[in-house]
Design a protein around this ligand. Structure first.
Ligand code: FAD
Length: 383
């Protein structure tokens, strides 16, 4: 398989790794406790250019390729807090790229500089209490009233939704039909503080604790018509394109975090003595680690293959779905065994594998669950 990373990507990796080790790792535990990322981190990430790797240079971005994002996600995932990595990648890759793809020039000029500098933190608002996997089932409505839309409905599980500044929101501008339920969905840019928008709850969750997760209520929330993103009624199609990026990034975050957990486990097995020798010398445990390393490598090759196709703008729905399904499930197997191989210490908060075990559980659920991935793959097989 051809090498995905050039020497420039390797240099980028070095600088991201140094930043993560110096400016994130020492504070990650504190932010996990606080349940939020400080604004200062967003600004620092902006200052060093990591929030705009792929955005066009004319708006302050780095003009890089998708492989730069692969590097960024891999290195962020090693920051010892799944929540920090997830929040940041929701901002850089799971929401804001819709702006470069579908935004008007005026929208890009207004929002991109703040997104790239870390001043404007982004969130993606699709999921509703009654519609998760079934995205076409969203019921939030946007009704045109003069030069505004009035948006009414509820969103749930919105990452960066409590402290974020700009929501990429899906709402219905048309009813759709029973056969074509996905028609009539539109995307909007909704600013924090818009009249009629309320953060109804900060949700308490199992892992990813440094990333804030909101339930949002919209009551005739006034959004100017110029904040419609892309074409009215085409939101579902727009979202479908962006979802491939989101799924790849989720797969990379899960996988890279798992690689770190396995490294930690190997170090632990070498150090921990039992029955007069290091645990690393026990064949049963060595074989377990060998299996996990093999599965991780297989998942990595799937992910890199899908990432290379995506970077070339090639058709890759099947490959991305397989990569997301396999990588996130392998990462969870690694997490399970990493805790087991640490024994009682693996169950303690002070050991990073404990946090990883909780964080990584999200990935087979969010950004399209494993069951949804299987459905997408099955539809493309001659069944
Ligand atoms: C921490 C966290 C952060 C999140 N961040 C965001 C965010 O920023 N923005 C956002 O919009 N959403 C976000 N989500 C929502 C996430 O994408 C959804 O939870 C996910 O899409 C699943 O939807 P659901 O929870 O409604 O589960 P459901 O769709 O109700 O599914 C429940 C179970 O049934 C399975 N299932 C559903 N349909 C089928 C089917 N047809 N065949 C077989 N099995 C099926 C699912 O795979 C799942 O196992 C987040 C969720 C969490 C937990």
């Amino acid at each position: 398989m051809r090498e995905l990373f050039t020497s420039e990507h390797q240099l980028l990796r070095k600088s991201i790794r140094a930043f993560v080790e110096k400016e994130i790792v020492p504070h990650a535990g504190e932010w996990e406790e606080e349940g939020r990322i400080p604004k200062a981190l967003w600004r620092r990430l902006g200052e060093v250019g990591f929030l705009g790797l792929e955005f066009p240079a004319e708006y302050g971005g780095g003009g890089g390729d998708f492989v730069s994002t692969v590097v960024f996600a891999e290195e962020m995932a090693r920051c010892r807090s799944g929540g920090v990595a997830f929040s940041v990648l929701v901002h850089t890759d799971m929401s804001s790229p819709w702006l470069t793809r579908y935004g008007t020039e005026a929208q890009k000029r207004k929002y991109l500089p703040g997104i790239i500098s870390g001043e404007t933190v982004c969130a993606l608002g699709i999921t509703e209490p009654g519609a998760g996997s079934d995205m076409a089932g969203i019921a939030t409505r946007a009704v045109r009233a003069g030069d505004h839309y009035l948006i009414t409905g509820n969103k749930i599980f919105i990452t960066n939704g409590v402290y974020g500044d700009l929501y990429f929101l899906a709402a219905r501008t048309g009813p759709g039909t029973p056969e074509r339920r996905h028609e009539g969905i539109s995307m909007f840019l909704v600013e924090r503080g818009s009249p009629g928008l309320q953060v109804s709850r900060k949700l308490d969750k199992m892992g990813m604790r440094a990333s804030d997760t909101a339930e949002l209520a919209f009551q005739e929330c006034r959004v100017p018509v110029e904040n419609l993103l892309g074409e009215a009624g085409r939101g579902f199609h727009q979202l479908a394109v962006g979802l491939q990026r989101e799924r790849l990034v989720a797969a990379i975050l899960a996988l890279s975090g798992a690689a770190q957990a396995l490294d930690d486990t190997v170090a632990y097995l070498r150090e921990r003595q039992a029955f007069g020798e290091p645990l690393a010398s026990r064949q049963a445990l060595r074989h377990r680690v060998a299996d996990l390393a093999t599965e991780l490598e297989a998942a990595r090759q799937l992910v890199y293959h899908a990432a290379a196709l995506f970077a070339e703008d090639a058709e890759c729905v099947m490959e991305v779905s397989m990569a997301k399904l396999y990588a996130t499930e392998v990462a969870n197997r690694v997490a399970y065994h990493a805790v087991q191989l640490h024994g009682g210490y693996g169950y303690m908060r002070e050991f990073p594998v404990e946090g990883f075990y909780r964080d990584v559980r999200l990935y087979p659920i969010a950004s399209g669950s494993s069951e949804v991935m299987r459905e997408i793959i099955a539809k493309r097989l001659p069944l």
